[in-house]
Design a protein around this ligand. Structure first.
Ligand code: FES
Length: 266
């Protein structure tokens, strides 16, 4: 019997190209320009691989040589939260945004890439999202650990509490909830859904609860939980499906109760 012929799988040689329009900015203060690239299509490409193709041959469709596009990325599997950008005008993660879902029903639509609009541009698609980390510091979004000695086993948690906390622990700090929130702007100083959700996560932790009152006071007043207008954009856009509006409601109630307690303690 003749041996079966072994063939090496190959990508279909479609000859198709993808048109990608990228909003670019060389420095934080430079004027933005749009450059257009034609990228050879491969099955299962995501936006990170498109940006990699541009880096291999940074030449625009007009034949002008340019520089590779600056953007943030690390894990390439929607865990680190660094690659958020506007893809066809929508805040998404570049590493999980698939080209086949972005080029329209005939596969010929252009893809547009731009930096998140509510954060200072560092360069091209890379933005400065340090405001999130300042907000997390404001609400002390951590479990205080004093010293490096062995603390022994952590306190037990009821399974019902674990089930509520686990989805909140999936936050990847991508800032998409802040980008899509109409209340996240300079006028309100709103801390945003991610920060409020993390405050709830740590308030429910048996060890983290020692800072519960401080977190609730940090979320009272200007920029706090009261700024939420329940547009619910955050919960729809979150790439990890965090129960953000539920967290904001719960924290709104807890902040109010804390304010009443503080009033009677005066
Ligand atoms: S590279 Fe880490 S989330 Fe996209």
């Amino acid at each position: 019997m003749a041996a079966a012929e072994v063939t090496t799988p190959k990508h279909p040689a479609s000859g198709r190209t993808i048109t990608v329009k990228v909003k670019r900015q060389r420095t934080p203060d430079a004027a933005a320009v749009t450059e257009t690239f034609a990228i050879p299509y491969r099955p299962n490409m995501n936006i990170t691989s498109v940006l990699g193709e541009i880096a291999l041959n940074p030449t625009t469709t007009e034949g002008k040589g340019t520089t590779p596009i600056a953007y943030d990325a690390n894990c390439l599997e929607e865990i680190c939260g660094s690659c958020a950008m506007l893809i066809n005008g929508k805040a998404m993660m570049a590493c999980s945004a698939l080209v086949d879902k972005l080029t329209g029903p005939d596969g010929n639509g252009a893809i547009t890439l731009a930096p998140l609009s509510k954060f200072p541009v560092v360069r091209d698609l890379a933005v400065d999202r340090s405001v999130l980390f300042e907000n997390l510091k404001r609400v002390k979004a951590w479990v205080p650990v004093d010293g490096t000695y062995d603390l022994g086993p952590a306190p037990r948690q009821f399974p019902q509490v674990q089930e509520q906390r686990y989805p909140l622990s999936n936050c990847i700090s991508c800032t998409i909830c802040m980008e899509v929130c109409p209340q996240f702007n300079d006028a309100t100083g709103f801390v945003g859904a991610a920060t409020i959700a993390q405050a709830k996560l740590f308030n429910m932790d048996p060890s983290g609860a020692v800072l519960k009152e401080e977190r609730l006071r940090a979320l009272a007043g200007g920029g706090g939980v009261q700024e939420c207008s329940f547009a619910q954009n955050c919960v729809q856009a979150c790439p990890k499906q965090l129960p953000l509006t539920e967290a904001i409601s719960d924290m709104g109630r807890d902040v109010f109760v804390q304010q009443v307690k503080d009033f009677f303690r005066r």
